[in-house]
Design a protein around this ligand. Sequence first.
Ligand SMILES: Cc1ncc(C[n+]2csc(CCOP(=O)(O)OP(=O)(O)O)c2C)c(N)n1
Length: 358
Amino acid sequence: MAKKPTAAAAAKAAAATEETFALRSLQEAHAANKRYAASDEELLHFYEQMLLIRRFEEKAGQLYGLGLIGGFCHLYIGQEAVAVGLQSALEAGKDSVITGYRDHGHMLAYGIDPKVIMAELTGRAAGISRGKGGSMHMFSTDHKFYGGHGIVGAQVPLGAGLAFAHKYRGDGGVCMAYFGDGAANQGQVYEAFNMASLWKLPIVFVVENNGYAMGTAVKRGSAETEFYRRGTAFRIPGMDVNGMDVLEVRAAANIALDYVRAGNGPVLMELNTYRYRGHSMSDPAKYRSREEVQEMRDKHDPIEGAKAELLARGVAEDRIKEIDKRIRSIVAESADFAENSPEPEMTELYTDVLVESY
Ligand SMILES: Cc1ncc(C[n+]2csc(CCOP(=O)(O)OP(=O)(O)O)c2C)c(N)n1
């Protein structure tokens, strides 16, 4: 005969139902308010920022092909709506951002000068890390952009630390910590979730689910592919968001940030997106078909989507062309700047190096 539940067990079950509801609450709020009501000017601005990332990355790909960029180089092409939609909701100079090695787009979305990013890519002294960091290791503490990390998942606990600093200093800032679907399987991510939730840290954890971790498709590497559910065990509410639509991303960002800024602790957002290029410049991406990539480009491209929406609203095509022209010249200028800047002096080999015993 089944044992009768005790009063304590019944109370626990009731609380769990309540909590389950709370954990879904942001997803419900998101479903009820799917797309941000951007003005024409705002949508034009989002379009411009996404296009800047796309053209900048294409140029970086060309410079890599010419041998002007050494080391690793991971392009963000296809994922532009994520960084732009999320970061447009942040307060520059107050909120912090941290991400992995696929970092150029997040920097551009945070208003960092394309010239110094390109100069860093080409290893020049004028680069944002003085030409000594390269693609994966760029920082701008002035912009509260804390990297640029090559160790998969390492940015997640570091992001929790940044959020702790926001709370400790009472500066009102929120940290946005990005990581990939592959990184989401690292143990340190869950240790960070636990502490962030326990201490109600002001942090938005963002999983950029682009379908692949290097050559491994999500389904082959992850037992739970609905990443937004992975905060449940830590009482972190999740949101499942279409990362190919900048207005959906922005609407979700507003909901998440309202929740975090009100002192409720972290949110976990899953942004469903797609990278068009290989994992890095050295990856021919043979693990997927050309048709799969083409279908995403044809049907879900975030930039083409924004452009079609602008035209449907009656925004003049000339305004869009003007933006395209401006972006082309900004990117050309950043490449010229990078190519014509001197490399660091040899003496720079001995600066920014920590020599200490522990
Ligand atoms: C700790 C650690 N393990 C393995 C690697 C090698 N590595 C680099 S990127 C990567 C895949 C990560 O994929 P994901 O987190 O989905 O990010 P994406 O590249 O798709 O943006 C791996 C395994 C590494 N850099 N660090």
